[in-house]
Design a binder for this molecule. Sequence first.
Ligand code: ASP
Length: 400
Amino acid sequence: MSHSHAMALLAFIIAGAVAGVFYGWYAGEAAMSIGWLGSLFLNALKMTIIPLVIASVISGIGSLGDIRQLGKMGGYTLVYYLSTTAIAVFIGLLVVNWIQPGIGIQLSQTEVPEHILSKQDTGISDIVLSLISPNLVTAASQTELLPLIVFAIIFAMALTTIGDKSKPVFAVFDGINEAMMKLVIWIMHFAPIGIFALIAARLGSAGGGEQFMAEITAVGLHVVTVLTGLLIHAIVLLLILFFIANRGIDYLLGMARALVTSFGTASSSATLPLTMECARENQVNPKAVKFVLPLGATINMDGTALYEAAAVLFIAQAYGIELSLMQQGIVFITATLAAIGAAGIPEAGLVTMVIVLTAVGLPLEGIALLLAVDWFLDRFRTTVNVWGDSVGAAVIDRLT
Ligand code: ASP
């Protein structure tokens, strides 16, 4: 896609998002009637994910030539993901200790849904177990990307050991990858309408602008705390982009179509096809695009990590429970793991938060305080998640 074409599309997508906010705000529940247009766009994106992820990871590893390259790239990728996630949690802890949003908050009587509480017994072993699926078809049908990526990596590694016989196989996956990227470009043209409808319908289902404002004010400074933390982290990532990846602000502009889409969909996985296409247009080496981004969409969630830490401390403050430095250290570690374990789908972070709350012995009912505004904050943290992956692709491109 040419630069001017991409910028025009970006303008339309932003206009769609803004119009969606206005329509949902004023029309309220009536805006839900256009929700199907949003679902249509979302479904089209999701349709591409499974073939795209499998083909891109396999063809990406095929293009590395030497399997030792994979070790180097994988190593850098994991170090980048872990360190930026840790920075995010740290920022989350800082802002929540500074603003103290939970003090004086009215405890909520709302019930926490069962599917959230059921995560209670999740431990580190479950996160490791989720790497391998006994049934790839089931994993694909539930869009569980991590086991599919692990399979694709192992499969591609096996291919590199069988000599000439691997060539046609790599060529097939390469072709599939190229065709999928074409499809993504076509779908991208529906983003303005899709995002308009997604945002309008979601705001509408929250009862429109007035009701939404009332819900936000009920949790007071919690929203301010999370948004401040996310903004600081987004700027930290921008600095990493400038000084480590050596890229300019045009990289951010080039990624903006994916970023606004992540805001509209609240899903890093659904946005992944667009993230990959935008990074490609931004001249990121295809090897980094094909390997770093799919992995990032599943395990690298800076926004989610920051949110988990900030929200858990918010709950502690609301219940008047003081967390020692040691306990905050436990929050630090478990929030990082919970973000890695969270799927790239809407409000997944709320579910894995149970792991963090359990680790420091806080009441799980505290989640009820967050329910009403979670969908809203989810959009911002997902945008930061996708921004973290995008910067990661540029960094790994530079370092390898
Ligand atoms: N919705 C987020 C994502 O897809 C995950 C979360 O709930 O924090 O990246």
